[in-house]
Design a protein around this ligand. Structure first.
Ligand SMILES: *Cc1c(COP(=O)(O)O)cnc(C)c1O
Length: 491
């Protein structure tokens, strides 16, 4: 008689829960207030980014686990969250959005991408599987095609928008491994050729791909830190003679340390002649290919089997976007596809390639939007000019820092150069350059990093933030002059 009692009871509880959870979907008015507050916060941030230092020392002695972050059962206002962000995150440390960020490989974060991210988060479109959102997937493939054409790759090319260069390199390495079709028992005989200057994420990728015990040959470099092709060929022939399986050449188009570009054409010739896979890591340097005057420096880039580029570097997007191109999409697919019973609807619909079959990720951020918004709203030409400006700024610095008395490395190939204070008569150059770094960091107006080349500490100067302008170069030179004065006072 009372069949509906359980239903009624459930219904009442559901009603109560509905009231308790309504706030998860704020009204348009509330949403508008949030956006206004975000606008005010980001305005302040951008003003500080323009006029403030690139680096503020983080709170001294505050350990990770002692940051006063906490969660509670009831929520707090957005303004409370934002003030926490300001104090704990956005105020100190390195500001990578600053034009004074001249360390590592700077990025930036153009604002149209922030709009794309906002839309991606609000609409939450599914960009992993074509069946779920053909348009989102078509947009990603369109961007891959845009890069395919830019880098002169063939129409058979496939690719993926990844979270960054590291994952993009991992996808390329696993694809190369799988394309070789050897059993894991032969992995220890697969030989990889790279250089001492190649990015550490490639070592990581090789290890994750099960190739950590494969012989890795670091080929001899010339005086500009570029692989010497003749030395590479000698090594390949030797390895063949020794019964090993030469397999993969990894070239860098702009090394992180020195911005050096390996002789890509010569490496491609060797890969062809000896039937090796040719991978190029152009995470830093790739997008300079947009600038016609500098294209020839990257000549040979079109001949890779796999290519990694990082839109969050050379296209100034916010962090979280890398890209990989594989010359033959079938090889990429054979390496990365999946099948699962619960995905059968998606698999049956013949809608073309899905990113989930071309990368390790299934569900992913709709990162195509941030790239599309930036390219679409700004147009391509401004990126070209901005990249060219970065090259000229670096060239200017490279010349001007010599006038201050610094020793410099070779002329920059792209937008990274290095220099050091090496006065005759001072035996410990490393100590003095470490001291210079400390003084530069303590000042904070600009942020530089250092590296060790052949046992010597060098200060790096890397321009790749779209916000870096001539005034940042002047500021850096001024600061270095001050630092030198300070050093000589202390002598
Ligand atoms: C930055 C960089 C990487 C790694 O890319 P992430 O986007 O940081 O993961 C790889 N190679 C080179 C040459 C780089 O400059």
């Amino acid at each position: 008689m009372n069949m509906s009692a359980p239903l009624d009871d459930l219904r009442q509880q559901i009603n109560a829960l509905e009231i308790q959870t309504n706030d998860m979907d704020p009204s348009p008015i509330e949403w508008g207030r949030w956006l206004d507050q975000m606008k005010a916060y980001t305005d302040d941030f951008l003003i500080d980014t323009r006029d403030g230092p690139a680096y503020r020392q983080p709170p001294v002695g505050l350990k990770q686990e002692n940051y006063p972050f906490h969660l509670s059962e009831t929520g707090v206002s957005l303004s409370e969250v934002l003030s926490e962000m300001h104090q704990m995150v956005d105020y100190s440390g390195l500001n990578p959005a600053s034009g004074g960020h001249l360390a590592y490989i700077p990025g930036g974060g153009v604002l149209p991408s922030a709009l794309g991210d906002l839309l991606a988060a609000v609409t939450n479109r599914y960009a992993g599987v074509a069946f779920a959102n053909p348009g989102a997937v078509a947009l990603e493939h369109f961007l891959i095609r845009w890069m395919t054409e830019l880098f002169g790759f063939p129409a058979t090319t496939g690719g993926n928008l990844s979270s960054g260069g590291s994952i993009a390199n991992l996808i390329a390495i696993t694809t190369a491994r799988d394309a070789r079709q050897v059993k894991p028992s032969a992995y220890e005989r697969l030989v990889i050729y790279g250089s001492e200057r190649m990015h550490h994420c490639l070592h990581k990728a090789l290890r994750i791909a099960g190739l950590g015990f494969s012989p890795l040959r670091e080929i001899e470099l010339d005086d500009r830190q570029r692989m010497i092709p003749e030395a590479l060929e000698v090594q390949i022939i030797q390895d063949k003679t020794d019964g090993l399986i030469p397999f993969l050449i990894i070239g860098s188009a702009g090394t992180t340390d020195t911005g050096s570009i390996d002789p890509l054409d010569a490496l491609a010739d060797l890969a062809e002649r000896h039937s090796l896979w040719f991978h190029i890591d152009a995470a830093y340097g790739g997008f300079f290919y947009l600038v016609p005057e500098f294209r020839s420096r990257l000549s040979g880039i079109s001949r890779a089997h796999s290519l990694v580029i990082d839109p969050h570097k050379g296209l100034f997007l916010p962090y979280g976007t890398g890209a990989v191109l594989i010359r033959d999409i079938h090889q990429l697919h054979a390496s990365q596809y999946y099948q699962a019973n619960y995905m059968q609807d998606a698999a049956m619909a013949d809608l073309g390639w899905s990113p989930a079959d071309l990368s390790p990720e299934l569900t992913k951020h709709f990162r195509g939007l941030r790239m599309y918004f930036a390219l679409k709203m700004f147009g391509i030409d401004i990126f070209r000019n901005c990249l060219k400006e970065k090259i000229f700024l670096c060239q200017y610095f490279h010349l001007a820092v010599q006038d201050l008395g610094f020793e410099v490395g070779p002329d920059p190939e792209l937008s990274v150069t290095h220099f050091r204070w090496a006065p005759v008569g001072n035996p410990d150059h490393n100590a003095v350059n470490r001291r210079i770094m400390d003084l530069v960091h303590a000042d904070g107006r600009v942020f530089l990093s250092s590296t060790t080349l052949n046992g010597q500490i060098w200060i790096r100067f890397a321009v790749l933030s779209f916000r870096t302008k001539f005034r940042h170069i002047s500021m850096t030179l001024e600061l270095l002059q001050q630092v030198l004065n300070q050093l000589s006072e202390n002598d």
